[in-house]
Design a protein around this ligand. Structure first.
Ligand SMILES: O=C(O)CCC(=O)C(=O)O
Ligand SMILES: [Fe+2]
Length: 271
């Protein structure tokens, strides 16, 4: 679905959109079954081309390069619930940004998080990072990184919901509560950051957000696990965040449109 005028207004205002029912119940159950087949995974372990990884000690396990994990994940590369919106917000049509096509996925992973786990508060417009920037110029969006964060389980109060400070993609100053926490040596807690809201989701919902938005997650306090998948899209000249590469097997399986998004350029070398 294309970005509507309503999408554009609220994305510009808040830095995110909640896409209700982005994935069908069948898609959610296929994705969970495909994840079950990859789990458990240890840090540093490879399951085919899917890699066990974490960002920090307490934010759960990531299954990096999840689009390598089977057909269920391949459908997320250009999913109709978000791909046209992502193209609109990354933008760049008819400019040098489109040199190798519309998009590139620089990171995609599933994350499994249990009780006591969370991800700390990070990002914000004040950082000025080019890679993750929010930009609107001459009537068009030109964002550096648009994330699609999909819920594979219901994520409600106590489940460790994603938290955002609406509008913080345009912030010029660090959040004072984050600064206070940093001074205390605790840069992790999002729960006591004024203006941060939990985004509750049903399994199958997705959050579209520009990475410049200040965000993190509440700590999971409920038993059981929270499952999400994140795909990060930027312009086609981007590079992998972690240095993973697309396998020849995946490249051979994908349609030209999907391949363009995961590997916009073929290496150009002498025969
Ligand atoms: O785990 C979350 O809810 C937030 C994940 C996050 O920080 C991201 O996808 O950039
Ligand atoms: Fe993040």
């Amino acid at each position: 679905m294309n970005a509507s005028d309503r999408d554009k207004y609220f994305f510009d205002l808040n830095g995110f959109l909640l896409l209700k029912g982005a994935l069908s119940a069948v898609e959610v159950s296929d994705l969970n079954a495909a994840l079950d087949a990859l789990l458990p995974i240890q840090l540093g372990e490879w399951k085919g081309r899917v890699h066990g990884h974490n960002f920090a000690d307490n934010d759960g396990v990531n299954l990096q390069q999840i689009y390598e994990g089977g057909a269920a994940f391949e459908g997320l590369i250009d999913h109709p619930s978000w791909i046209e919106k992502v193209k609109c917000f990354v933008g760049g049509a008819d400019t040098f940004d489109y040199n190798h096509g519309p998009l590139f996925i620089d990171e995609c992973f599933a994350n499994i998080r249990g009780p006591g786990e969370a991800i700390g508060f990070h990002s914000g417009g004040h950082e000025g990072a080019k890679r993750t920037q929010y930009r609107f110029f001459n009537g068009r969006f030109h964002c550096g990184q648009i994330n699609i964060l999909m819920a594979l389980t219901d994520i409600k109060s106590g489940d460790g919901a994603t938290m955002v400070v609406p509008g913080s993609h345009k912030a010029n100053f660090p959040h004072p509560d984050a600064e206070r926490n940093r001074m205390r040596g605790d840069n992790s807690s999002v729960d006591d950051v004024e203006g941060a809201i939990e985004i509750h989701m049903d399994a199958g919902d997705a959050i579209l957000f520009v990475d410049a938005l200040s965000h993190g997650s509440a700590e999971r306090v409920n038993p059981g696990e929270r499952r999400i998948i994140v795909f990060r899209y930027g312009p086609s000249w981007g590079n992998f965040r972690h240095g993973y590469q697309v396998s020849d097997e995946l490249a051979a399986r994908l349609s030209p449109d999907r391949l363009q998004i995961v590997r916009p350029q073929q290496p150009l070398v002498p025969e």
